[in-house]
Design a protein around this ligand. Sequence first.
Ligand code: SAM
Ligand code: SF4
Length: 472
Amino acid sequence: MQVVGDSRHRSVKRTLVREQGDNKEDPATCEQLQIMKAYIETFGCQMNERDSEIIAHLLGRASYSPAADIDTADLVVINTCSIRGKAEQKAMSLLGRLAIRKKKEPRLKIVVAGCVAQQEGQKIIDRVPQTDLVIGPQEIYRLAEYVEEVTRSGKSIVATGLIDNFAIPNLGHVSPAPAVSRFLTIMQGCNNFCTYCIVPYTRGRETSRPAADIVAEAEEMIDSGTTEITLLGQNVNSYGLDRGEKEAFPALLRQVAALPGLKRLRFTTSNPKDLSPALADCFKELDKLCPWFHLPVQSGSDRVLEKMNRKYKRAEYLERVAALRKACPNIAITTDIIVGFPGEEETDFLATMELIKQVRYNSAYSFKYSPRPGTVAAGFADMVEETEKSRRLTALQARQNEITLEINREYEGKIVEVLVEGCGRDPGQWRGHSPENLVVNFTADDKKVGIGDYLQVKIGRGCKNSLRGKAV
Ligand code: SAM
Ligand code: SF4
C-alpha cells in the first residue's frame, strides 16, 4: 500500500480501553479490574478504528481496564480487516500467536472482531479452537455481553448476524480520550457491490444514522475539546438514500458546520457516482468545510471500470473533478487505485497512468488487486500475473510520487493554517494537518505551542510525504 501525504490511513492501531473511574471505588470491582485487562489490536481503515473506540468504550463500561500491552492483557480483541489478503493474513498470524499463548494461559480470552470475523465465522474456530468469540461488525455493540457469556459457559460463540436496515445504536459520547480531531461514523455498510470488494458482504447494506444522533455526538465531541471532525462512511455522499432522502448529505454538512466551536469539517469516503452538484456547492458555501476530497477512481479505463461495476465512466469522473475545482479552486483531491484487476491490459493501465497525470492528485493510495472470497471478480478467469501487478504498481507509485512532490513544492514560501496534533519526528518539531489534509511538520522557535492550537506556518520545503515549515 502506498501512503502519500496522509498518515491518517494507518494499517494497525492500538486502542486503549477507557478506565471507568467510578468502579475504582468498589473493592469487588477493583479486584475484577486487576484481573480483567483488555487490549485491542486494530487492522484496516478509519471505520475499524472507530469501531475499536466503540469496543473500548463498551468494555470500559463492563469494568475492563486497559492493558499496557498485548502480553499483559487478559482479553485481546483483534479487530480485523479483509479488504485485501495481506490485512487478513496479518490478523490471522496474530491469532496464531495468541492461540499458542492461550495453551499456557487458559484464562486468556481471544476475540476476533470485524470483517474477517464476518467473512469466516465458524471457520475461524474450526481452524483456531482457542478463539473464544468471533463477532461481526453489526454485533460489536453486544461484545461485552458475549464475553461474559463465554466466560460463564466456557464455550466459544460465533456472532455474525447481518441484517438489512440495521439501526446503529446511539451510544452517546464514545471517546476514549479527548482529542482535537475525531472521526464520527454517520453510516455503515455499502450497496454498491463493486465486483472486487468484500465490504457489502462483511458490513451489510447501507444504513444511515439519524441526523439528530450525529449532531448530538458532534456536540459532545466539541464540548470535550474537539475542533475538527471527519464524518465517516464507506460512501458518505449516499447518506440518507436508504431512507429515501435526497441530498441529505449536503443538509447534514450544513447542520454540523453550523455548530459553534467546530472549526474544521471533513468527510470520507465518497463514490464518484454519487457526487452531486449540491455537494460540490457546499465547498463554496461552508467556510468550515476543508478543501479536501477523497474521490477513489480505481481505474482510468472505461472497460475496467465497467468490469468493476463502478457505474461511472472516465469522462464523468473527470467532469466531477472539474465541478469540484470550479466550486473550490484550491481543493486537494486524493484517490484510490487498483492495478492488475482481472483482464486489465497494458492499454488499460496506461489509461490510468494518463488519468493521474491529467487530474494531478495530491496523493493516491494504490493497491495490487487481491481476489476476495465470494466476490464476483474472484471468479473472473483472466487474472493478471503477480509480477505484472507489481511492475504496474511500482510504475504508478513512481509517477504519483513525482506529482505529489511537484504539488507539495508549490507550497514553498506560502503560509498555511495548521491544527497542531502532536510532536514531530525531530526534537523541537511539531506536527499537524493543513486544511487540505497535508501533513505539516514545523518548528516554532521559542513560541508557546500546544496541541489543539491553530497556527500559521510558513512552508520552507515541500517533501514527498509532508510539508516542512516554521510557525510565523
Ligand atoms: N467506498 C470506497 C469507494 O467506493 O471507493 C472505498 C472503500 S474500500 C474499503 C478502500 C479501497 O480499498 C478501495 O477504494 C479500493 O481501492 C481498495 N480495495 C477494495 N477491494 C480491493 C481488492 N479486492 N483488491 C485491492 N484493493 C481493493
Ligand atoms: Fe467497496 Fe465499492 Fe462499496 Fe467502496 S463503493 S465499499 S469499493 S463496494
